[in-house]
Design a binder for this molecule. Structure first.
Ligand code: ADP
Length: 386
């Protein structure tokens, strides 16, 4: 029962709060009686009082009559939605006031409505569903907020890391250029004078500095790949492979190798320049890690599931043991000494980054000694809309 200025009309104070807004004391009392076993029930005879209560404490569900002395219920509900969107709203009307109901639905996004005189079971049911809905919405909101916060944190950390890598790589390049130049000057100036170990040391400095420069260049390329946006368009794969053949012509000739491209490769949705870089790395690897008399790389494609193209880059090279087929995609991860096969170990990291940016996938099929096949999954080209 309401006492003077107090609005609490019953129920367990630790429980979910339900606010009933109605100016008829007997309605408030009857609803409170019905709900107080399960909820903490507050009552307000006026819209103004309801807003005061909502401002002072969290309310899970509001049950609002349409006829109030100081404001129509539908307007109050719209106001509550605006100020306290997490409070679930239920409406009560003594008659079918369609305009009010439409307003409460459109502007107040009510969860449900009840007709007066109500049926006890129906009212209990409506409040129970509204409470459950409110709890779910709150939980959903909490999870979404937490996810958004951790996404923002992750993007920030990623951006910092990218910036850091870029800055470090740039700063290392300058002194390295000096080391390279000076070791070259020393070799030129003292060349005939130094002999034995000293000449060996000097050559070693030049060689290592050169390798370091390649590592840094690759690091810069990887970090740049991440922050330059993709220019997505329908890309004919045969055109990509023609470019790759041109870029690798000298390597293919030096090795006495072959690049065999299947006719009629499909079009994929992607960034032309990046796709050239991707297949250039795969084809170059197929020719490099290869001891066959005629190192051969074959490129073919098939439509995989709907909307996807599976490109196969097969070589007749040394193959890759199963336990390394995942690791080789890590930056600077190599399985061989660079005197055996030159390189920095960035090629496949670049391949993976490009594929990720295309929402694609890559996997390896290989047995040592029996060649390797890199299977690249890419989206099929989208139809061109005029
Ligand atoms: P790099 O070519 O500079 O060594 P990659 O990142 O392109 O670096 O490759 C990483 C490692 O994966 C290579 O060092 C090699 O051991 C292995 N690898 C890559 N492609 C092949 C291939 N086609 N056949 C056999 N091994 C390969």
């Amino acid at each position: 029962m309401m006492h003077g200025n107090r609005s609490e009309i019953g129920g367990n104070p630790d429980r979910t709060t339900v606010l009933v807004v109605d100016d008829e004391p007997h309605t408030l009392a009857a609803v409170a009686h019905l709900l107080r076993r399960r909820y903490r029930v507050l009552g307000a005879p006026l819209a103004e009082r309801a807003l005061e209560l909502l401002a002072s404490e969290p309310v899970s569900v509001v049950l609002c009559d349409q006829r109030l002395p100081d404001m129509p219920g539908d307007r109050l509900i719209a106001e509550i939605r605006e100020r306290y969107p997490e409070t679930v709203r239920l409406m009560m009307t003594a008659y079918w006031d369609h305009a009010a109901l439409a307003y409460a639905v459109n502007h107040g996004r009510i969860f449900g409505y009840l007709r007066k005189p109500w049926n006890d079971e129906e009212l209990e049911q409506a409040v129970e569903s509204a409470v459950a809905f409110g709890a779910l919405a709150l939980e959903n909101r909490r999870i979404t907020d937490a996810l958004q916060a951790s996404n923002e944190r992750l993007s920030r950390v990623n951006a910092e890391l990218r910036h850091f890598t870029h800055a470090v790589a740039h700063d290392l390049k300058e002194p390295l250029r000096t080391i390279l130049a000076y070791s070259q000057f020393l070799e030129e100036d003292l060349g005939p004078l130094v002999s034995g170990d000293s000449s060996h040391y000097l050559a070693g400095i030049g060689r290592c500095a050169g390798h370091l420069r390649r590592l840094i260049d690759d690091l810069l390329q990887v970090s740049e790949l991440e922050h330059l946006p993709l220019a997505m368009e329908p890309v004919p794969l045969d055109e990509v492979l023609r470019q790759v053949a041109g870029l690798l012509e000298a390597t293919i000739n030096d090795r006495g190798g072959r690049l065999v491209v299947e006719d009629g490769l499909p079009r994929v949705q992607g960034d032309f320049g990046r796709l050239v870089l991707l297949f250039q790395n795969l084809v170059a690897n197929g020719l490099k890690f290869n001891r066959s008399d005629v190192p051969t790389v074959s490129v073919s494609a098939a439509e995989a599931e709907t909307g996807r193209v599976l490109v196969r880059v097969q070589d007749n090279g040394i193959g890759i043991p199963v336990e390394f087929q995942e690791k080789i995609f890590n930056l600077f991860q190599r399985l061989h000494n660079k005197t055996e096969y030159p390189g920095t170990g960035a090629g496949l990291a670049i391949v993976r980054k490009i594929i990720d940016a295309h929402q694609g996938g890559v996997r390896v099929e290989s047995e040592p000694g029996a060649g390797a096949a890199f299977m690249v999954d890419l989206p099929v080209a989208e139809p061109v809309v005029d």
